[in-house]
Design a protein around this ligand. Structure first.
Ligand SMILES: [Zn+2]
Length: 254
């Protein structure tokens, strides 16, 4: 803590004490900075506790939102840069991997030029964190490419056998679906730096959570489940390896 100066407790910390209402990331970050700067532990702790809903160190909690707005925190991906700088400054080492991982989904342009905070300040990553993210993007892209090749390799003996009876079978349908979803994601103007393949797969996986959509898209049950379970495994392994992917030692990461 930098100071023990006493200041009047402001009215707005009530945002942190309404468990059923989402709080804006910008508000929580401002509260955390204020609480840290003036050593107001109650405010700092409440803000960080709420931010942990997004910047978690737990895979299951991460999987539930994967960097998107949660019922507790309203958040955009560009906020991840501000989050990294906040956690660096306030020594929240366990929240850094998820925040840096979110930064890896930003475009090179955003990473280089920064993102504007709610108060107009432009937040940029420190040079070492910028390098960390750019290198990690390449590692994640390589993993994603290998994963997608595996998904489309129907000759893999370890793959469960397709049970589609009618043409086109899944070996024809799945590449078509992934390409079509890629075009759709591109048309939506997704962030240029995020892996299109990852975005395609994310849409694919979410779509296939609905049995009706699974039938409409024309994949057999076995292939749809194979892609879903493989995606979960991919995400788990990547999460487990985050400290090494980000070159960021974190003790007892799980
Ligand atoms: Zn199939």
């Amino acid at each position: 803590m930098l100071s023990t100066t006493r200041v009047p407790i402001p009215l707005f910390p009530s945002t942190c004490h309404k468990p059923d209402e989402p709080a804006a990331f910008s508000t929580l970050a401002a509260l955390a900075r204020l609480g840290y700067k003036y050593s107001i532990d109650r405010i700092f702790t409440a803000a960080i506790k709420r931010l942990k809903a997004v910047f978690t160190d737990d895979f299951q909690a991460w999987r539930a939102h994967e960097g998107r707005t949660t019922p507790l925190v309203k958040f955009t991906r560009n906020d991840a840069i501000e989050a990294v700088n906040l956690f660096r400054k306030s020594n929240q080492a366990r929240l850094l991997p998820s925040a840096l991982y979110m930064c890896c989904s930003l475009s090179v342009h955003t990473l280089l030029h920064g993102a504007q905070r709610a108060d107009g300040t432009v937040e940029k990553l420190a040079l070492n964190d910028l390098e960390r993210c750019l290198v990690a993007q390449q590692k994640i892209e390589a993993r994603s490419t290998a994963f997608n090749h595996r998904m489309l390799d129907f000759s893999d003996p370890a793959r469960p056998a397709c049970v589609a009876r009618d043409s086109p079978t899944c070996s024809t349908r799945l590449p078509q679906l992934l390409r079509g979803l890629g075009d759709a994601v591109g048309a939506l103007g997704g962030d240029a730096g995020a892996s299109t393949r990852q975005q395609c797969l994310r849409v694919f996986v979410e779509t296939h959570r609905s049995p009706e959509m699974r039938e409409t898209l024309g994949l057999c049950r076995i292939c749809a489940e194979y892609v879903l379970s493989s995606d979960l495994l991919f995400s788990e392994e990547l999460w487990h390896d985050l400290p090494s992917v980000l070159d960021l030692p974190v003790s007892e990461w799980h």
